[in-house]
Design a protein around this ligand. Structure first.
Ligand SMILES: NC(=O)c1ccc[n+]([C@@H]2O[C@H](COP(=O)([O-])OP(=O)(O)OC[C@H]3O[C@@H](n4cnc5c(N)ncnc54)[C@H](O)[C@@H]3O)[C@@H](O)[C@H]2O)c1
Length: 423
């Protein structure tokens, strides 16, 4: 099939590259010309395991990137993968989606055959039906018989995105007309996963609900961990025992510095905003966010408990990405931690295998080191913020510290003599 992907970020680029791997002809339409150049040269502008190898196999062959929308005129299916960031009030900013819809509609004026427009971005229920559909139909001048609409939420995890895309738990296809739904199902031929057909708004709500539930599991584990810390109990022992219950499940029970990334915080905020607009008081969801917001401060408080005032002290921060195997720092827990350390007068030496250049844009003033050992040398304390597997091999590097005070925000170190944020 001829597929156009609008938005070549984490989701769009992985989606496009994986569809190319499935044998489709893919054009990625991206407004950022630098990203377009990189994609066409087979160099992903983001770090994602396995992506570069796949992109190299397909760039210039059955995958191309462009800043122009004109190629959409010959597409069988168009996926919208633009960002839906939070507005200051927590609700989803749909301006990129609106702009993309209008450009798609204008380009589809010249399409002579049926085309399906699919929203893959995470959007509030009602968005595909009430915003995307009327906008595309108006700007294209076409009818429902010529353009179909579907919503196909994405569940990939950054750091494991290619693997997740190729082996999903399920494929959700929301549509209000069966032709559009069938078109989406066709694109996924070759991927083995349960396909769940549902309505447009239900598909949109499934994505928010999944992310809100996962975020709830994390905040719940963190709250239990915070209690366990006072009681001298290892929360990881507790959650291991709890997770054997199939009604609960063993995943996403890792207590620590809290969740970050471009999805959980913004999607829970957007759901809270939706609930309030509907006249509900979403106390559980609000608590999920407030537990999460407190965890990074607990890291700094525990450090101060160990070393006293941190003013003038050298503090090593290991891990800047919001999780391992990604360079993404959006809403990373390392950000509030670094901010608080700076406010309290600390000197920071930071290390991350992939995310340094992204963090330099937020905190140009701190020292970035090429390896963990350099960050630790002479440090009065160390905070571990990301579960990078390479941190599990650190041990004698901590002997380079002026004082071996190590606070873990993620359970990743294998060496002795560390303090966990909530274990
Ligand atoms: N990142 C994830 O792990 C993840 C997982 C599932 C769902 N999502 C959802 O997918 C959507 C995209 O997320 P992302 O992380 O890929 O965002 P991103 O910011 O990495 O990528 C969005 C891209 O769209 C481009 N863009 C914006 N407006 C455009 C336009 N009019 N035409 C063409 N390109 C345009 C931007 O330049 C950017 O490169 C969001 O709604 C997000 O919530 C993200």
């Amino acid at each position: 099939m001829k597929i156009s992907i609008v938005g070549g970020g984490y989701v769009g680029l992985v989606t496009g590259t994986c569809f190319a791997q499935l044998g489709h002809d893919v054009i990625i339409i991206e407004i950022n010309a630098e990203k377009v150049r990189a994609i066409n040269n087979g160099k992903p502008p983001i770090y994602e395991i396995g992506l570069e190898t796949l992109l190299n196999q397909h760039a210039g062959k059955n995958l191309h990137a462009s800043t122009g929308f004109d190629t959409i005129a010959s597409a069988d299916i168009v996926f919208i993968c633009v960002g839906t960031p939070p507005k200051p009030d927590g609700s989803a900013d749909l301006s990129y989606l609106e702009s993309a819809s209008s450009s798609i509609g204008t380009a589809l004026k010249n399409n002579s055959s049926y085309c399906c427009v699919v929203v893959k971005s995470t959007v509030p229920p009602g968005t595909t039906e009430k915003i995307v559909r009327p906008c595309v139909l108006k700007t294209s001048g076409k009818t429902e018989n010529e353009i179909g609409f579907a919503m196909n939420p994405e569940f990939l995890r950054e750091g494991r995105a290619v693997e997740d895309f190729m082996h999903p738990d399920r494929i959700i296809i929301g549509s209000n007309d069966s032709r559009a739904g069938k078109q989406v199902a066709l694109v996924y031929q070759g991927i083995s996963a349960p396909v769940i057909d549902t309505g447009l708004s239900a598909a949109e709500m499934i994505k928010y609900t999944s992310n809100a539930f996962l975020a709830t599991k994390i905040s719940f584990s963190n709250e239990i961990g915070n209690i366990c810390k006072h009681l001298g109990i290892d929360v990881y022992e507790v959650m291991k025992g709890v997770g054997y219950d199939p009604r609960i499940g063993s995943l996403f029970l890792n207590a620590g510095a809290g969740f970050g990334g471009s999805c959980f915080p913004k999607d829970v905020s957007a759901l809270i905003s939706l609930a309030k607009k509907a006249g509900e008081n979403p106390v559980l969801l609000q608590s999920v966010l407030s537990v999460n917001e407190q965890q990074p401060h607990r890291m700094v408080a525990l450090l101060e408990e160990k070393i006293g005032s941190i003013s003038g002290k050298r503090i090593a921060v290991l891990g800047l990405a919001f999780k391992d195997n990604t360079d993404d720092i959006r809403d990373s827990c390392a950000i509030p931690v670094i901010r608080e350390l700076l406010q309290n007068g600390a000197q920071i030496s930071a290390y991350d295998p992939m995310a340094i250049s992204n963090m330099q844009q937020i905190f140009p003033e701190i020292e970035y080191c090429p390896c963990a050992a350099d960050a630790l040398a002479g440090a009065d304390g160390c905070l571990v913020m990301t579960e990078w597997p390479e941190f599990s091999r650190l041990d004698k590097e901590f002997d380079l510290m002026a004082h071996r005070i190590i606070i873990e925000g993620r359970r990743i170190l294998a060496c002795k003599g560390t303090d966990g944020i909530c274990w």
